[in-house]
Design a protein around this ligand. Structure first.
Ligand code: PEP
Length: 253
């Protein structure tokens, strides 16, 4: 019997000013107070929102995530925010390796490996994103790509540390495009990921790992996606920006 958690995590990306973000977090907190939901709920906010959002949400209902952290511990790195600083706000999670960070900010597997280590060292739970671009899927390389992303950034971790990580499979061609992977495509990849984890860390660690799906997940498709045995929830971009759109995804569990 696995102990893995179902999780719905929002990724606000670079949206909402501070006041708007606080208002959204409060509204979601109120909505969750009234319901008994069957998954953990996380919101990933910009850095500047973290401390304020942590302040207004009930940590029993909502976990707070940063969307990135530095690959260095501290020092002369102008403009960067360290994992220790994120942790000091009360945030418990950090999204790492999002495809937008990989593509637009040139985050390599090696850089991401450092970020994962620093996140873990500071008590943060990484939500680690993996996923192929369209050409890789079309040419049949998607399994290989996803496995090598895990190998390069995560598979040097001891099992105990790996066990703290939440994975998010996000096919890049489905992010923000309105094209969702079919439930069958999601299940196929999630089962492949879990098999790779079994090979590396054994059945217990693999069975306990939460593997989220991300990519144009919404109220209309969440239930079908989440009903797959290896899909343990979602990482939600666009649809996490309003309670009206986000709540039905949470309630899909
Ligand atoms: C994401 O960026 O993690 C994501 C899944 O975005 P969207 O839901 O907007 O496709």
């Amino acid at each position: 019997m696995s102990m893995r958690k179902n999780i719905v995590a929002g990724n606000w990306k670079m949206n909402k000013n501070l006041q708007e973000g606080i208002a959204l977090a409060k509204e979601l907190n109120e909505a969750l107070k009234e319901k008994s939901v069957h998954c953990d709920v996380i919101i990933g906010t910009p850095f500047i929102h973290l401390a304020s959002v942590v302040d207004v949400v009930d940590s029993n209902h909502i976990g707070v995530a940063a969307q990135n952290c530095a690959d260095k511990a501290a020092g002369a790195y102008t403009g960067e925010v360290s994992a220790a600083m994120v942790a000091s706000t009360g945030a418990k999670y950090v999204i790492l390796g999002h495809s937008e960070r990989r593509a637009y900010y040139h985050e390599t597997p090696e850089i991401l490996k450092e970020k994962v280590l620093l996140a873990l060292a500071n008590g943060l739970t990484p939500i680690f994103c993996i996923g192929e671009v369209l050409e890789e899927r079309v040419s049949g390389k998607h399994f290989e790509v996803v496995k090598s992303q895990m190998e390069a950034s995560l598979f040097d971790l001891p099992a105990n540390d790996f066990g703290k990580i939440i994975l998010a499979y996000e096919p890049v061609w489905a992010i923000g495009t309105g094209k969702t992977a079919t439930a069958a495509q999601a299940q196929e990849m999630h089962a492949f990921i879990r098999e790779a984890l079994t090979g590396k860390y054994g059945a217990a660690v693999a069975g306990n790992a939460s593997i989220l799906y991300g990519g144009s997940c919404n109220a209309a498709n969440a239930k079908e996606l989440f009903s797959n045995p290896d899909v343990d929830g979602g990482l939600i971009g666009g649809a996490s920006l309003s309670v009206d759109k986000f709540m039905p995804i949470i309630e899909a569990f």
